[in-house]
Design a protein around this ligand. Structure first.
Ligand SMILES: [Mn+2]
Length: 308
């Protein structure tokens, strides 16, 4: 079976950093994805979560996206993202879409959804990823398994709550593919062999939307994936998008969304191994211009432990 995977459209926002019609830009991207599906004999679109940017949507915005989904003639499989964006099952636009159209299957109240030779296993934000495990039913169905996550699953550490691919792969005891969502830069397509000998593939196209004036968003080219479960191919397709859409803030400090945490860890290790007051003073002296008298006086104080 062929299908499209994309994530984090964050529709229904009014970001002040954008000077164009942000919602129309999202709908255009969605139209592009739908046209691509029609032209390539694909009838299913899978969304990793955060289709919406907030649970309370403007009525006219909501009607536009509902009609695009309804009139697409496609099957939609939609994972629920963060409660602050996609809301909760009791009351949200996603609940409305899931209840009014039989062509839409959401992750609400179900663990997985099998169609043709493919099983989509839901791991929405409401599931504690630390406790996630595949059900025996899902494991035993003879199908290709795709896990839809909406947590920060990363190859390398980042400075906020996350789980590493290596750690998540250890929770799984069958060969499967994990789709990565959430508002994070694309991480590509990679495989890990876990200690059980299973091959776990991770696919991360990054968010479709560009809602923040951050380094990775400014010139970002949004992508979706075309997946074929039969030959296990995954092709990343770039979605054409508007240029020159940013209101440049006066504060020109642009936030990084990803820091190099492994380098930071190396620095801490160096510090723990090498740093003492004497070497700190040595470093300080080498970077500043002190007289030899003062330099040596402080050395002598350090050696005495600052005792009089
Ligand atoms: Mn998200």
């Amino acid at each position: 079976m062929k299908f499209i995977y994309c994530t984090d459209l964050h529709y229904g926002a009014t970001p002040i950093c954008r000077k164009d019609d942000y919602n129309e830009a999202i709908l255009n991207k969605l139209r592009y994805i739908i046209n691509y599906a029609h032209n390539n004999d694909i009838n299913t679109i899978v969304i990793g979560g955060d289709l919406f940017d907030r649970p309370h949507q403007n009525y006219s915005d909501l009607i536009e996206i509902i009609s695009i989904i309804k009139l697409s003639g496609l099957k939609w499989v939609i994972n629920r993202g963060n409660p602050t964006h996609d809301g909760v099952v009791e009351n949200s636009p996603l609940t409305l879409i899931g209840s009014m159209d039989t062509n839409v299957r959401t992750s609400d109240n179900c663990q997985s959804y099998t169609v043709d030779d493919v099983s989509f296993i839901f791991c929405p934000n409401s599931v504690n990823i630390e406790e996630f495990e595949l059900s025996s039913v899902d494991k035993n169905i003879d199908s290709k398994k795709y896990i839809l996550t909406h947590h920060i699953l990363v190859k390398n550490s980042v400075p906020y709550k996350h789980i590493l691919w290596d750690d998540f792969a250890e929770k799984l005891d069958i060969d499967c593919t994990v789709f990565i969502a959430d508002y994070h830069p694309a991480q590509g397509d990679d495989e890990i062999t876990n200690s059980n000998g299973n091959t776990i593939r991770f696919i991360s196209p990054g968010s479709v939307c560009r809602r923040k004036y951050t380094k990775d968003n400014i010139n970002k080219e949004p992508m979706f994936c075309e997946i074929d479960s039969e030959d296990e191919s995954c092709v990343f397709i770039t979605i054409p998008c508007e240029k020159d859409v940013w209101n440049i803030p006066e504060d020109t400090n642009i936030n990084d969304t990803e820091l190099d945490m492994s380098r930071f860890k190396d620095n801490i290790d160096d510090f723990q191994e090498e740093m003492n007051l004497e070497s700190a003073w040595h470093k300080f002296v080498s970077e500043n211009d002190f007289s030899e008298d003062i330099t040596n006086m402080i050395y002598s104080y350090i050696k005495k432990g600052f005792k009089q």
